[in-house]
Design a binder for this molecule. Structure first.
Ligand code: C5P
Length: 294
């Protein structure tokens, strides 16, 4: 096999508690994160010979060199496994940038999975280490199932069969305003107001009561960034409040924003779309998707 095409899924954070700042400058967090059926398509082909990486992307403005996490993933993989090969990468980009949907990290992890298959590499620990070195959100995309993230995002735990079954194929709508939010800025903003951090015990208790079935998913949804980001980007809490008040759907911002989502039955989708257009205009991104579980 010399070519492979894979879905590079977006993710959403169903629960995201930032619990404090670590000595290395990163933040510790506890998050329930789920991959979606919505994502980019990544095609990878390899040929033996002199090492080189070529990247094409369907969307203008995306870096095509080492500024792209997928390029860096390919380079790190070839080096780690001492492989000489030319790698061609094609990314059909659908996931918006600066959205909190993990697009760049997902592309990088998908690259690692593609190269693992193409070169029949068995050392999954080494692949995980490469993913960790690329970014905090990268390792979670090595497995297409909902997981709980801890540490700076690299400690991943399965959630158990019952919890998984309750999430699998759950429908939601994604919507993003025309602006994006840079993750480092979002973390800096949070760090400037430490009262925005969530206590670790409270976060663990929230996840446990959901896993035990004491609280439904709607009751679990929480994001530590929502208040801090809402202060600057008032359009986000405004729309979320309107969806909660007039439709009653549970909704939240994903990650450090700016994309949001609402858990939506079929009958809610068009009503939510109308509110999104009303608050954020026709240029807002809007997609129906589902939680993936492979
Ligand atoms: O790990 P990644 O490169 O995705 O992180 C981007 C930035 O987000 C980091 O440089 C840091 O400012 C912030 N971050 C953080 N704590 C995390 C994850 C990210 O402070 N757990």
């Amino acid at each position: 096999m010399t070519e492979i095409e894979l879905l590079s899924p977006a993710k959403i954070n169903l629960y995201l508690a930032v619990t404090g700042r670590r000595e290395d400058g990163f933040h510790s967090l506890i998050s329930l994160v789920a991959p979606l059926t919505f994502g980019d398509r990544v095609t990878v082909s390899v040929e033996p010979g002199e090492s080189g990486i070529e990247l094409e992307c369907s969307r203008a403005g995306i870096p095509l060199d080492k500024g792209n996490l997928a390029w860096r993933a390919a380079s790190a993989f070839l080096e780690a496994f001492d492989i000489q090969a030319s790698v061609r990468i094609g990314i059909d980009k659908k996931i918006p940038v600066g959205a909190g949907l993990g697009g760049g990290s997902s592309n990088a992890a998908t690259m690692l999975l593609a190269l693992t298959k193409l070169f029949e590499v068995a050392d999954s620990k080494k692949v995980t280490k490469i993913a960790e070195s690329l970014g905090s959100d990268c390792p979670l995309f090595l497995r297409s199932v909902p997981q709980v993230m801890r540490g700076r995002g690299e400690q991943l735990d399965s959630i158990g069969d019952n919890a998984r079954a309750s999430l699998a194929r759950r429908q939601l709508v994604l919507f993003k305003p025309s602006f994006g939010i840079a993750t480092p800025w979002a973390y800096r903003t949070l760090a400037a107001d430490p009262s925005a951090y969530t206590k670790q015990e409270a976060a663990e208790a929230a996840i446990k009561s959901w896993k035990d079935g004491d609280v439904g998913l709607e009751g679990l949804l929480f994001n530590s960034f929502e208040r801090a980001i809402g202060k600057k980007y008032g359009a986000i809490p405004l729309l979320l409040k309107r969806i909660r008040d007039s439709i009653g759907s549970a909704c939240l911002m994903s990650g450090s924003g700016s994309c949001c989502y609402a858990l939506a039955e079929d009958s809610d989708v068009e009503r939510i779309r109308a509110l999104v257009v009303d608050c954020w205009g026709n240029n807002a991104f809007f997609r129906v998707s589902r939680i993936e579980d492979i």
